[in-house]
Design a protein around this ligand. Structure first.
Ligand code: 5GP
Length: 179
C-alpha cells in the first residue's frame, strides 16, 4: 500500500487515482443524462473541490457554466459557534439549474448553510455532488444527489483535500494511519 507523510502525520492510500477517475466519470454520465436539455451552473466550493470539479467538468458534455465560491466562517452573534457563509457568488442563479460541487460532507453543517443561502435566490433546481461522504458523521439532513464514495469517519487527504494546507496535490486519497 502506498504511504505518504504530510507534515508530521502518516497516511495510507485509501482510494487510487484510477478508482477516483472511474467514479467521477460515472457521476458525470449520470449528470449528462439527468440534465439533458437544461443549462447547468456548477458551483465549486474552494479550496477542496478544485480537482473533483476539474475532472467532473471534463466529462460533462451538455451546456454548462462553472463558477467557484468559498465558505468562510464567522462568529455569529446569534449562536455560540462559528457559522459558515458563502462568499464570492457573482452570478444570478434565479431560475437556473444549480449543481454544487463539494469535496467532502462530514457533519453536513457547511453544506446545509450553503444550500440555505442558495435556495433563497430561487434557483430552478439545486443539487449537491460530493466526492466523499462520511455518512456516520451527518448531523444535518442534507440532500446529496450525487455521492462519489461513502467513507468511514477517518481523516483523509489528497485529491484536493488538505491536512493543514498541504496534501491537496496528491492524485490519490489517503487515510490517516493508526499511530
Ligand atoms: P462539515 O460541515 O460537513 O462537517 O464539514 C465539511 C468540511 O470539513 C469539508 O469541506 C472539509 O473542509 C472538512 N473535512 C471534513 N472531514 C475531512 C477530512 O477527512 N479531511 C479533510 N481534509 N477535510 C475534512
Amino acid at each position: 500500500m502506498k504511504e505518504v507523510k504530510v507534515h508530521d502525520r502518516h497516511f495510507v492510500q485509501y482510494l487510487g487515482a484510477s478508482q477516483i477517475q472511474n467514479r467521477v466519470e460515472e457521476i458525470a454520465a449520470q449528470i449528462n443524462e439527468e440534465y439533458e436539455g437544461k443549462d447547468i451552473l456548477f458551483i465549486g466550493v474552494l479550496n477542496g473541490a478544485f480537482m473533483f470539479a476539474s475532472d467532473l467538468l471534463q466529462n460533462i458534455n451538455i451546456p454548462c457554466e462553472i463558477t467557484f465560491v468559498k465558505m468562510a466562517s464567522y462568529q455569529s452573534t446569534q449562536t455560540t459557534g462559528n457559522v459558515e457563509q458563502l462568499l464570492g457568488l457573482r452570478e444570478s442563479i434565479e431560475g437556473r439549474h444549480v449543481v454544487i460541487i463539494e469535496d467532502i460532507v462530514d457533519t453536513g453543517l457547511t453544506m446545509s448553510r450553503a444550500l440555505a443561502d442558495l435556495s433563497k435566490q430561487n434557483p430552478a433546481s439545486l443539487a449537491v455532488a460530493t466526492l466523499l461522504f462520511k455518512k456516520e458523521c451527518l448531523k444535518e439532513n442534507v440532500p446529496l444527489k450525487y455521492i462519489g464514495f461513502e467513507i468511514p469517519d477517518r481523516f483523509v487527504v489528497g485529491y484536493g483535500l488538505d491536512y493543514d494546507a498541504q496534501g491537496r496535490n496528491l492524485r490519490d486519497i489517503y487515510q490517516l494511519k493508526d499511530d
